[in-house]
Ligand binder design. Sequence first.
Ligand code: ADP
Ligand code: MG
Length: 140
Amino acid sequence: MTIERTFSILKPDATRRNIIGKINAKIEAAGLRIIAQKRLQLSLAQAQAFYAVHAERAFFGELCQFMISGPVVVQTLEGDDAVAKYRDIMGATNPANAKEGTIRQEFAESIEANSVHGSDSLENAAKEIAFFFSNLEIVS
Ligand code: ADP
Ligand code: MG
């Protein structure tokens, strides 16, 4: 096992329902440490830049509008195999397919309003962390 860092967003459906603490409890129970965290209101330009990889997808416009519909909480998580571990506890993109006990199974409202984002690779994790945090803001 390797200590890794991954990037997480608690999405506007989660801040709206005031369930940041409930989601953070699941992150910590899985052995991941929240080593950086801040609450932000994304601009449309930031949402579009962050999700640029999905620019050609049919849901891109709606996804960006959803991501700016309220505040988000961005996080850097650290722990053993953090990238895969966080994807595991997040559950499937569509909550209808998410396994019992996963964050999305318990909290997601829909395939779009699915409560959390997590990096899909170590390489993307490093890029996404750098998009939102300076090194000074991350404390292991
Ligand atoms: P994940 O967040 O599980 O990595 P993707 O990277 O495929 O999933 O998609 C990014 C985000 O776009 C999803 O978390 C979800 O909010 C939204 N999304 C994905 N697929 C759809 C869809 N078919 N319709 C609406 N929104 C979607
Ligand atoms: Mg993804």
